[in-house]
Ligand binder design. Structure first.
Ligand code: DCP
Ligand code: MG
Length: 360
């Protein structure tokens, strides 16, 4: 058995909105959202907790958010200030450990196993980090503390905003059993639906299935589900490595019959990709741009070109060049960039629109 680890997952509360409220305290008690304007078909990036009581959520069309909450104050994003706040938060993390795995601007795993700070107590380290983020950066964060990434991440959501939850090894069983399967890693909307149809709603339900049965139904994910529903997760906190690529992709409910239909999807892909790129804050500019096409028969092709600042025209050209390789209806389109020295195959792909299945 592996030695027990101490993992903290930290996630800032309504991050973009927190930065705005810090810089203009008059926004604190009014419903506030950051996002694109309704008349330009914008979407909400995030909103503060008062706005959430109206039902406003991330990724919701701004027009819908305004219908739910007519007094909503809407601000455009200012990524420079969000990046600066993110850097300040990460500087605090580094005072405790260098085993830090950032997930986005406002979220990271920290492995504090064997750290001396706070007498080695992960609970106290999490509390101190959160207090320092509040005092030094002026925003609040929540934390989950547990023996692995899976439990720590779920736990950080529990007492949000401005709270934390510690799940000790003895508590894992009771914590994970009633948990909805939707909370597990790799389970998006579609997989959740399939699980529900099989009568699998909670982790306790999943535990009734053998590993073999889960693998038969869900392939590689089945194996992961078998371990996750028992609270087992031995993924290391992977710090220090640079991001190799960043991409978005979308599987269409109906195949796109021709090249023009694919081209028509580019603006939406590009809008999402641009937002992801801003959130990811890579250290270096991209080195290459690529498009990925999966045809209806599941064959796929990727085409790339050297390019530091890909725009609509670059992706359009790549798509026009790549599509004729298959000349068949398309079920999935992706666009992305690779950073220097990146291996071309094993790049993690971020899920695209809310509800898409993550690539596992
Ligand atoms: N974000 C975005 N589009 C999304 C989701 C998030 O642009 N669909 C941006 C805005 C968020 C930031 O990323 O402030 C961090 O995302 P989180 O999912 O952590 O959400 P918040 O920090 O805003 O809220 P929470 O308090 O739930 O963590
Ligand atoms: Mg957050």
């Amino acid at each position: 058995m592996n030695a027990p680890r101490k993992i903290i997952h930290i996630d800032c509360d309504c991050f973009y909105a927190s930065v705005e409220m810090r810089d203009d305290p008059s926004l604190r008690d009014v419903p506030l959202a950051i996002g694109g304007a309704a008349d330009r078909r914008g979407v909400i990036a995030t909103c503060n907790y008062p706005a959430r009581t109206f039902g406003v959520r991330s990724a919701m069309p701004t027009s819908r958010a305004l219908r739910l909450c007519p007094t909503l104050v809407l601000l455009p994003p200012d990524f420079e200030r969000y990046r600066a706040a993110s850097r300040a938060v990460h500087r605090i993390f580094r005072d405790y450990t260098d085993r830090i795995e950032p997930l986005s601007l406002d979220e990271a795993y920290l492995d504090v196993t064997g750290c001396d700070a706070c007498h080695g107590s992960a609970t106290l380290i999490a509390r101190e980090i959160r207090a320092r983020i509040e005092a030094e950066v002026g925003i609040t964060a929540s934390a989950g503390v547990a023996g692995n990434k899976l439990i720590a991440k779920i736990a950080s959501d529990w007492n949000k905003p401005n709270g934390q939850l510690v799940v000790t090894p003895a508590e894992v069983d009771a914590f994970i059993s009633p948990l909805p399967v939707d909370k597990l890693w790799g389970v998006g909307k579609v997989t959740a639906q399939r699980l529900h149809q099989l009568g699998l709603h909670t982790c306790a339900d999943l535990r009734g299935w053998s590993q073999q049965a889960l693998v038969t139904r869900f392939g590689k994910l089945g194996r992961s589900l078998y371990h996750q529903c028992r609270g087992d997760d031995n993924r290391p906190v992977e710090g220090g490595g640079r991001r190799k690529s960043l991409s978005v992709e979308h599987t269409y409910p109906r195949d796109l019959p021709a090249l023009d239909d694919c081209l028509a999807q580019l603006p939406r892909l590009l809008a999402d990709f641009t937002q992801r790129l801003a959130r990811a804050d890579p250290d270096e500019p991209p080195h290459k741009a690529f498009v990925k096409i999966k045809y209806h028969d599941f064959t796929q092709t990727t085409m790339e070109c050297v390019c530091a600042a890909p725009d609509a025209a670059v992706f359009e050209r790549l798509l026009r060049d790549a599509w004729p390789r298959g000349q068949r209806p398309v079920r999935l389109l992706g666009i992305g960039v690779r950073f220097a020295d990146a291996a071309p195959v094993t790049d993690p792909t971020l899920p695209l629109w809310l509800g898409d299945e993550p690539v596992v």
